[in-house]
Design a binder for this molecule. Sequence first.
Ligand code: BES
Ligand code: MN
Ligand code: MN
Length: 456
Amino acid sequence: MIKAYIEQNKQKFLDELLELLRIPSVSADSRHNADTARCAEAVKASLLAAGCDSAEICPTGGHPIVFGQKIIDPNLPTVLTYGHYDVQPPDPLDLWTSGPFDPVVKDGKIYARGACDDKGQMYMHVKSLEAMIQTNSLPCNIKFIIEGEEEVGSSNLGAFLEANKEKLKADIVLVSDTSMISMDSPSIETGLRGLAYMEVEVTGPNRDLHSGVYGGAVANPITILAKMIASMHDENNHITIPNFYNDVLELNSQERTDLNKAPFNLDDYKKDLQVNEEWGEKGFTTLERTGIRPTLELNGIWGGYTGEGAKTVLPSKAFAKISMRLVPNQKSSEIAKLFEKHFISIAPPSVKVKVTEHHGGEPVVTPTDGEAYKAAALAIEQSFGKKPIPTRGGGSIPIIALFEKILGLKTVLMGFGLDSDNIHSPNEHYGLANYYKGIETIPLFFKNYAQLKTNQ
Ligand code: BES
Ligand code: MN
Ligand code: MN
């Protein structure tokens, strides 16, 4: 019955998502604050339209949180669905083949910023609720927490969880904001990496200098910064920050063997990215490098003259944004401190350095032995016809660790995106098949979960 309802409402489900994708809810850009607020209103309205008893906009120090719920019986289990309505900036705009906020459907995919991350995936949950309510098959209670600051570090969400423990009372958190291997090899991520994000500033002379008059006699901060950055990986691509690996949980050989059983083809991977050779920490496979090993990445580097033509200048300053992905049991704040100490220690006397910390988040591993994972695995088997493979994801969702720490709740990461969906990149897209499969699979999760919980 649910399947028939979804089939009959496919066009409506698509049109509604496209409407949401037209709102440029870019959380990082304050010029879009009014759009972001408008998007929260649209999410609230969609929750009420889908059949929530109540929905509200909860103001925070930043962008608002949308909360909604449908309680059918307080004695039944409650699923807390988390998602985010904010999106990454669409830049660089000239690489998009259609406008980032003018969604188009092409070759069976929806192209728009947020199509996959996370409006498309979040909206599957809203439409699943509608389908369950319309077919009288909602088997347990549901609460929604849809935030507007995930892409900027969720810095106000922790306080919201602390202040609303009763309201957010639930049995499990369900999230669709991760990827699966492919539609032919469905998978469930059972871990996320943490994050420590730093910005550095290197200052040489007190002002920009003529590179001929002074060049050769005064340290160029760009050269110094480049050398400092280059020294942060050794010849085996290990990170050289002292004590960086101290808390890294090493997997045993059985766990590593299991992890490497997931389908992965290195030639296809290289071909897709048009790189001749993979890169990474010696002694680990590509799946291990992105799943269970920490990394240090440059996200941006600038300084001096970058405009049109040539300008001869020895700049006063150089900058970089550097992030580290973390794995259990590394701690974001400790890694940030180790980075700062090391960065200052390797600076030569010819420059001054300043290190600041941006947002961070802790790594998580989600259980595969509870009812919720079993319910999700069975739901995927029922809708895809194949058992999902557990994988370790490389991305980060900082709030997941806080759901456990503050609310005592475990999470299931039932994501339907693909790594090839270009999230955070031009031409982000989401397969229509993924969207509809998600809407079909989520009600199966609810059914399985309610059954497993009430038979326990
Ligand atoms: N949905 C992503 C995280 C993700 C993507 C996890 C794909 C697994 C697979 C999320 O919106 C995101 O982009 N998170 C940021 C961190 C945040 C603090 C900016 C990230 O991972 O860079
Ligand atoms: Mn996301
Ligand atoms: Mn994202």
